[in-house]
Design a protein around this ligand. Structure first.
Ligand code: NDP
Ligand code: 2IT
Length: 443
């Protein structure tokens, strides 16, 4: 049995019930075997055993009072996975589906993603099974304050810097920041994704979606293509989906679909993004309300956005939203490229079907790294107590995405898997972490 298979089997056995974490390590570990074959010392130093075991996992009670005066209790998590490259860095997810295995999968992915950005950030992730949907602003504030009342003792600008993810946007970051400042007296860059009035960075809101489109453009360019005139299918209608749609349209593509957890819209004239922003960012409404603005568009609660013929597909909602059935539809309809805006949106079978049929495939850890990359730039600006312009940050983001593409495709080629960016991103992300862990001794 190979070293990676052995560690994979042991890790799954040791962490029962954590399906999403199992899936993440099943996808990554086998692709690293060629690196261990070339560096036997890594096995002696138990590098992989250390990598799959978080440095620290914090689980805590989050009690808060709802608008009816009833006490509610949620579970809070922060998994500080790996600090070889810098302070733990990664978002917080508030969604009823959040379990330890969810946060571990996201934290594990984050180690490699953060390494790929070239920025000095380690990997971590946190969150709660709290559902912000349908809650009043006061309820969200009460929850965030209680969440931070435990979390604050574990984080700091130089130790662990959380940010947003599903269900955590500017509003939640503001409430969390206010409570951190009140508890510690520190005005420091302990969270990213802050509003511009108190230390946020220009371009952070747009960064994940824009970065995704930059990376997909790099991938298409290498094959002599671009996004101009392409039909693009997007899932989700949150932060990542909206700014992916905005940049794709700016580069001449036509975005045909968006979705939320209730259903999806199809607009053959191209999605009216101002309408989506008004529904989702301003009113926190449902995507079906799009038909009030564009009555000729379609709304579906059944079926998949992947059934709409397209050139490029960008899954930007959540994990495992693109499986074998969706992948087969994309292949049948001659889709050219898939870029993962979400974390692990394509399952292992779906990914294999796409790759085996020659669809260019950009995995999340490369494709959606723009968000955390600009988070790291926000940390730099906070430390220097200055702020860069939108264009300055956007230019840095473009450079980082280009570098991620170049590193990942070069690693794929070097390890005999040309064009396999799944392997390339895993290997390129891993090499730097492995080198840093080795130099820092057995810790
Ligand atoms: P948001 O909360 O802003 O939006 C999430 C979107 O996905 C919403 O449209 C939501 O619909 C939909 N969605 C969430 N859960 C489900 C589900 N279980 N089934 C179907 N639809 C669902 O989150 P983000 O846009 O920030 O995050 C989207 C993805 O991108 C996540 O995988 C996240 O980890 C990843 N990501 C985010 C980054 C960031 O900077 N924000 C950076 C890198 C990756 P509804 O409103 O109905 O819940
Ligand atoms: O998955 C991700 O990379 C994020 N949710 C962003 C993390 C961050 O720290 O900006």
């Amino acid at each position: 049995m190979s070293y990676t298979s052995e560690v994979l089997a042991k890790t799954i056995e040791k962490n029962p019930g954590e399906q999403e974490f199992h899936q993440a390590i099943r996808e990554v570990l086998p692709t690293l075997q060629p690196v261990f074959d070339a560096n036997p010392a890594y096995q002696r130093s138990g590098l992989l055993e250390r990598l799959v075991e978080p440095e620290r996992q914090i689980i805590f009670r989050v009690p808060w009072v709802d608008d009816k005066g009833q006490v509610q209790v949620n579970r809070g998590f922060r998994v500080q996975f790996n600090s070889a490259l810098g302070p733990y860095k990664g978002g917080l997810r508030f969604h009823p589906s959040v379990k330890l295995g969810t946060i571990k999968f996201l934290g594990f992915e984050q180690i490699f993603k953060n390494s790929l950005t070239g920025q000095p950030i380690g990997g971590g992730k946190g969150g709660s099974d709290f559902d912000p949907k349908g809650k009043s602003d006061r309820e969200v504030m009460a929850f965030c304050q209680s969440f931070m009342t435990e979390l604050f003792r574990h984080i700091g600008a130089d130790t662990d810097v959380p940010a947003g993810d599903i269900g955590v946007g500017g509003r939640e970051i503001g409430f969390l920041y206010g409570q951190y400042k009140r508890l510690t007296g520190l005005y420091e860059g302990v969270l990213t994704g802050k509003d511009l009035t108190y230390g946020g960075s220009l371009t952070r809101t747009e960064a994940t979606g824009y970065g995704l489109v930059y990376l997909v453009s790099n991938m298409l360019e290498a094959k002599g293509q671009d996004l101009n005139g392409k039909k693009v299918v997007i899932s989700g209608s949150g932060n990542v989906a909206i700014y992916a749609a905005e940049k794709a349209a700016k580069l001449g593509a036509k975005v045909l679909t968006m979705s939320d957890s209730n259903g999806w819209i199809f607009d053959g004239d191209g999605i009216d993004l101002a309408a989506v922003k008004e529904i989702k960012e301003v009113r926190r409404g449902r995507i079906r309300e799009y038909l009030n603005v564009r009555p000729k568009a379609e709304y579906h609660e059944e079926g998949l956005v992947w059934s709409v013929p397209c050139d490029v597909a960008l899954p930007c909602a959540t994990q495992n939203e693109l499986r074998a059935d969706g992948a087969r539809l994309l292949v049948q309809n001659k889709c050219v490229a898939v870029g993962e805006g979400a974390n692990m949106p394509t399952d292992i079978e779906g990914t294999e079907i796409l790759q085996q049929n020659g669809v260019l495939f950009a995995p999340g850890k490369a494709a959606n790294a723009g968000g955390v990359a600009v988070s790291a730039l926000e940390m730099s600006q906070n430390s220097m107590r200055l702020s860069w312009t939108f264009d300055e940050v956007d230019e840095k983001l473009k450079g980082i995405m280009k570098n991620i593409y170049t590193q990942s495709s070069a690693a794929a080629e070097r390890y005999g898997a040309k064009d396999n960016l799944v392997l390339g991103a895993n290997v390129a992300g891993f090499l730097k972490v492995a080198a840093a862990m080795t130099l820092q001794g057995i810790v």
